[in-house]
Design a protein around this ligand. Structure first.
Ligand SMILES: [Fe+2]
Ligand SMILES: [Fe+2]
Length: 199
């Protein structure tokens, strides 16, 4: 059940990044930190490239399709999650627009960006909780060993470069997450390393 670990790991990394950005925005709001737009761009780029364009398609293609084939039990939940996945592009565009406004007006644009980011974070939290509480247990119930082998092979591709990032707690942990995020982004956002490297 390698797929199970990969899904949880990719969820956990995304939760860690969201947590770190929340912390950063709080520090900015308290006047302790200046906004770092290079970092925010790296974050938006990562969200688009991995959770939206790779993690969700893997779920659609390998997990949901197979589960629908095995049982009708999850059809309603899957329909909702597929709808969430399908609206990924609009979600990223909205976040990107909020970030651009914020960059153009760092003082006046802060509240609107925080609101946009909070909405985004809440969406993801609910989405991941639904997958973990409602979909994964049904997969466990209905998938054979052969199913898991095939699903796992699919999930091993296009791994998230941020996977393995545990929830940060200290200031050093946040810095570590942010450095990794920027390092993973291609130029001109990151260190010019080009496209994300696959593990
Ligand atoms: Fe998903
Ligand atoms: Fe997911």
């Amino acid at each position: 059940m390698d797929a199970m670990n990969i899904i949880r790991d990719e969820h956990q990394s995304l939760a860690a990044i969201i947590h770190a950005v929340h912390y950063m925005l709080k520090e900015i709001g308290a006047g302790k930190l200046a906004p770092d737009f290079k970092l925010l761009k790296a974050m938006v780029h990562y969200l688009k490239e991995y959770p939206e364009q790779r993690h969700h398609p893997k779920e659609d293609q390998y997990l949901f399709a197979r589960l629908k084939h095995k049982t009708g039990e999850a059809d309603a939940v899957i329909a909702r999650l597929e709808q969430d996945h399908a609206s990924g592009e609009a979600r990223i565009e909205a976040l990107e627009a909020a970030m651009n406004h914020y960059e153009a007006d760092p003082k006046g644009g802060y509240d609107a960006f925080v609101e946009a980011f909070d909405g985004f974070a809440k969406f993801y939290r609910d989405h991941m909780i639904t997958e973990e509480r409602e979909i994964l247990p049904l997969c466990r119930k209905h998938f054979s060993e052969q199913d898991w082998a095939e699903v796992s092979a699919g999930f091993r591709e296009n791994r998230d470069p941020m996977a393995g990032t545990a929830k940060p707690l200290t200031h050093e942990d946040f810095q570590r997450v942010f450095s990794k995020l920027v390092a993973a982004a291609p130029a001109p956002i990151g260190f010019g390393a080009g496209p994300y490297k696959e593990d």
